[in-house]
Design a protein around this ligand. Structure first.
Ligand code: COA
Length: 142
């Protein structure tokens, strides 16, 4: 299996993301090619993919965030294709993102995961993420 950063939004990448995002969230809008190009061309957001035999099996997005208290990284939108789960793809993607953040000088990596995402919570804890005691809020503008 190979993990890499996407530098160009090919049809291959677009089709894979269109397949994967609904497996992460049934309510999120599927990103367009332009959305993905914005991500790939950003210098703070990195789209990673896991591939085997010319098939994209999963994706993860790493976001760097420079704020007055330091630089942090966020792991977002981790999803592995249903047919490829349980084979270490999610673990490899997450470890790759951790290493990528560390090699860019970031030592604090955050993520959120809903408690009902049992596999995801186990995966993150296995890789060393510790649960924090903080409240997560969201404001939704109507
Ligand atoms: C969470 C997800 C990314 C895991 O990907 P994966 O490739 O299947 O996971 P891995 O095979 O790398 O497993 C890594 C670890 O996760 C845990 N895990 C994976 N699948 C699990 C399951 N079905 N039940 C419990 N723990 C599980 C295990 O601790 C596993 O380590 P182990 O194999 O040494 O026991 C995948 O299940 C997924 O895409 N789920 C739907 C989307 C989602 O919830 N994304 C996370 C958003 S926060």
């Amino acid at each position: 299996m190979k993990i890499s950063k996407v530098d160009k939004v090919s049809d291959y990448v677009l089709n894979a993301i269109e397949n994967l995002i609904p497996q992460l969230s049934s309510t999120s809008k599927i990103p367009t090619r332009t959305d993905l190009e914005t991500i790939v061309n950003s210098n703070s957001t990195y789209l990673f993919i896991a591939e085997e035999d010319n098939n994209i099996l999963g994706t993860l997005t790493l976001v760097f965030n420079k704020i007055p208290t330091g630089e942090k990284a966020w792991i977002e939108d981790v999803v592995v294709d249903k047919l490829a789960r349980g084979k270490g793809v999610g673990k490899s993607l997450t470890q790759f993102a951790i290493n990528y953040a560390i090699s860019n000088g970031v030592t604090k990596i955050d993520l959120t995961s809903s408690p009902e995402r049992v596999a995801a919570n186990k995966l993150y804890q296995k890789l060393g993420f510790k649960k924090r005691t903080t409240n997560v809020y969201r404001y939704i503008a109507n």
